[in-house]
Design a protein around this ligand. Structure first.
Ligand code: AP5
Length: 191
């Protein structure tokens, strides 16, 4: 089974490239940001809990995220593999993911990390805000918080996969198609 962690800061292109990867490799997409937005839209208790963290650009507590991902994995075990988008975002989440997968006889094949400079991230997020309806994306201070939270709490997750020899960095600046081709080369090296 092909199980991929697609990693990168806010606006790096994880959602965009996930769509291409899913189509080509037929993997189940587990995007924690999308799952939270779905809960928010449905007004569930989990959605209400997540909202205050998301509104502030902070991370939702690990136990909430991990429980949600665990449920999603169990629902989707017949998939050919998983692409994890926006998860894990802390070392603790990465360790919990390993435990969840091991319990099903699975493991992460590799991490693909999209590397994009901050000024480009800001430009993309602001541009996306014009059409996406993601209101926080219009607020410079909130974008700054999300980028700082990424640097401080999430970027160490790359080291977790480096230690396992599973880290693969990709230049995330360029055409969407060109970046996708680089991602495919990395994914094909996993099999
Ligand atoms: P989440 O939804 O995961 O947001 P994010 O990581 O901040 O990522 P984005 O969705 O903003 O960006 P992306 O990398 O997917 O880029 P995209 O493809 O859209 O999380 C939201 C919140 O939920 C978090 O802040 C947190 O509160 C909470 N949360 C989620 N997961 C959590 C977890 N595990 N633990 C705790 N809390 C969690 O691209 C951006 C734009 O750029 C698009 O308009 C796109 O068209 C464009 N674009 C893409 N590629 C290119 C390119 N090559 N050139 C030019 N433009 C491009």
């Amino acid at each position: 089974m092909l199980n991929i962690v697609l990693f990168g800061p806010p606006g790096a292109g994880k959602g965009t490239q996930s769509e291409n990867i899913i189509e080509k490799y037929k993997l189940a997409h587990i995007s924690t940001g999308d799952l939270f937005r779905k809960h928010l839209g449905e007004g569930t208790e989990l959605g209400k809990l997540a909202q205050k963290y998301m509104d502030e650009g902070k991370l939702v507590p690990d136990e909430v995220v991990v429980g949600m991902v665990e449920d999603k994995i169990k629902e989707t075990l017949d998939a050919k593999g998983f692409i994890f988008d926006g998860f894990p975002r802390t070392i603790n989440q990465a360790a919990e993911l390993d435990k969840m997968l091991t319990a099903h006889g699975l493991q992460i094949s590799g991490m693909v990390a999209l590397e994009v400079p901050e000024d480009e991230l800001r430009a993309r997020i602001k541009e996306r805000a014009k059409t996406s309806g993601r209101v926080d994306d219009q607020d410079d201070a909130k974008i700054t918080t999300r980028i700082r939270v990424y640097e401080e709490e999430t970027s160490p997750v790359a080291g977790y996969y480096k230690q396992q020899g599973k880290f693969n960095g990709i230049n995330g600046v360029g055409t969407i198609e060109g970046i996708f081709n680089q991602i495919c080369t990395v994914i094909d090296s996993f099999t």
